[in-house]
Design a protein around this ligand. Structure first.
Ligand code: UDX
Length: 451
């Protein structure tokens, strides 16, 4: 079976490479000539653990190819995946489907034999039907089916998520397309990986509903964390106690500075707009979006409180600016709100991020000072602020930190340390949804005040 994946961005590249790994012949297409030429030389435009090795291996074995030739690659394929971007449209939040529809036009011009066309991009309910109409209008007698097969990959663990998904969702309307999709995912099927066959509309909605539900879990635990700080409870204990109830589940209950990334912010807004298009209000998701946006603002006030309520003449060391670890992606990262807000209050900012520097330099204010080493970034600063939970921040050398920091103070917006451990090291420590602790070396008079 020959597969063509149109759009060699995050989802397209991971999907195409993983299918090639199964032994299928895959061609990944993109309009961007520079990107395709780099991919053909094993240069991967994104940071995703394990992807470079897998791309190189499959290129070498001749199972994976990269091209800008859309029409030829569609003609050869049995299955064409549409994996182009669906960004938020300006001034709204509707998903912008122009790239998807333009690929549908390309497919319509190129089809020569029966082909299954699969939307992998996250698209609102009804898009599969529209893609079918576009192709049918141009090619009334062509043989094809349009299937919805949403992707649930997380950045940073995309290969693992593709190879061992919780489920594969397939919205197919004919037996012929269903049989081909079953064959495509046969390497994954086992009792642990259910293949869910459903209608196209249901498949399209499963993706948005899943992302909105996960966003809701995060916004919920973040508000509970605020309550914990006021009433003296510990959000880690509350999340654990809740999560062990199988009906709730432990995952996605980590309180933090608010969700970011390329999916949750965009997909929650798009779901609100889809509901609106059908004349209904999806008020829970409205509340989640609002809660998350307020949270990012509240985080800079928290950092300010951790620094004694005033940031003038202060320098802060920010560790981590990407929206999560193991990615270089800065899209909708909480740091994009928090850092400018801290600067507005007078703080100077030093930053270290293991992968985020390239994108971060483009997206954060130019006054931010970048460092290649976390301890260099801390030198001469008033506090360390952990914004992203990269593994290399989990066992920092507190003795070295004490030598280079002006004061031993840590503000941990990802709760990667135990308060008691940090306190023993003599640090003041402010985290999320837990009581602040004051270093043994400091008097309570100079202790942190949380607003
Ligand atoms: C998400 C979905 O998980 C994935 O299924 C979908 O295909 C794409 O969107 P991704 O955006 O890569 O994946 O990252 P994810 O790990 O889900 O994290 C999203 C955001 O939520 C990050 O900013 C992360 O820090 C935050 N988050 C996640 C929390 O604050 N707490 C949590 O418990 C989990």
């Amino acid at each position: 079976m020959k597969i063509t994946v149109i759009g060699s961005g995050y989802v397209g590249l991971v999907t195409g490479t993983c299918f090639a790994e199964f032994g299928f012949h895959v061609t990944c297409v993109d309009k961007d000539e520079k990107k395709i030429s780099q991919l053909n030389q094993d240069i991967i435009p994104i940071y995703e653990p394990g992807l470079n090795v897998m791309v190189a291996n499959n290129l070498a074995k001749g199972r994976l190819a990269f091209t800008t030739n859309v029409h030829a690659s569609i003609r050869e394929a049995d299955v064409v995946f549409i994996a182009v971007g669906t960004p938020s449209r300006r001034g709204g939040g509707h998903a912008d489907l122009s790239y998807v529809y333009s690929v549908a036009e390309d497919i319509a011009s190129a089809l020569e034999k029966y082909t299954v066309i699969v939307t992998k991009s996250t698209v609102p309910v009804g898009t599969g039907r529209k893609v079918e109409q576009i192709i049918r209008q141009k090619r009334p007698h062509a043989e094809f089916d349009v299937v919805s097969n949403p992707e649930f990959l997380r950045e940073g663990s995309a290969i693992e998520d593709f190879m061992k998904p919780d489920r594969v969702v397939i919205g197919a309307e004919t037996e012929r397309a269903t049989a081909i999709m079953r064959e495509l995912y046969r390497p994954l099927s086992s009792p642990e990986t259910p293949l869910i066959f459903t209608s196209r509309e249901s498949a399209e909605l499963i993706k948005y509903a899943s992302n909105a539900f996960l966003s809701t879990k995060i916004a919920f635990i973040n508000e509970i964390a605020d309550l914990c700080e006021i009433c003296g409870a510990d959000v880690q204990a509350v999340a654990q106690g809740m999560g062990l109830d199988k009906r709730i589940g432990e995952r996605f209950l980590n309180a933090g500075p608010g969700y970011g990334g390329s999916c949750f912010p965009k997909d929650t807004l798009a779901l609100i707009h889809t509901a609106d298009d059908y004349g209904m209000k999806i008020s829970i998701v409205d509340a989640v979006v609002e809660s998350n946006s307020q949270r990012k603002q509240a985080m800079s006030a928290k950092v300010m409180a951790g620094c004694g309520g005033d940031l003038k003449e202060k320098t802060l060391c920010i560790l981590g600016v990407t929206f999560k670890p193991d990615t270089d992606d800065m899209r909708d990262a909480p740091s994009l709100d928090i850092i400018p807000s801290l600067m507005k209050s007078g703080a100077k900012i030093h930053v270290f991020d293991p992968q985020g520097q390239k994108e971060g330099r483009e997206m954060l204010p130019s006054e931010v000072k970048w460092f290649e080493d976390p301890y260099d970034a801390m030198t001469g600063t008033d506090a360390v602020v952990i914004l992203t939970e990269w593994n290399e921040f989990r066992a920092l050398d507190f003795d070295q930190m004490k030598k280079v920091l002006k004061k031993p103070c840590m503000i941990d917006l990802r709760n990667i340390y135990l308060p008691s451990h940090v306190q023993k090291q003599g640090f003041d420590y402010l985290s999320i949804g837990r009581s602040p602790v004051y270093g043994f070396s400091r008097s309570k008079k100079t202790a942190l005040r949380v607003v």
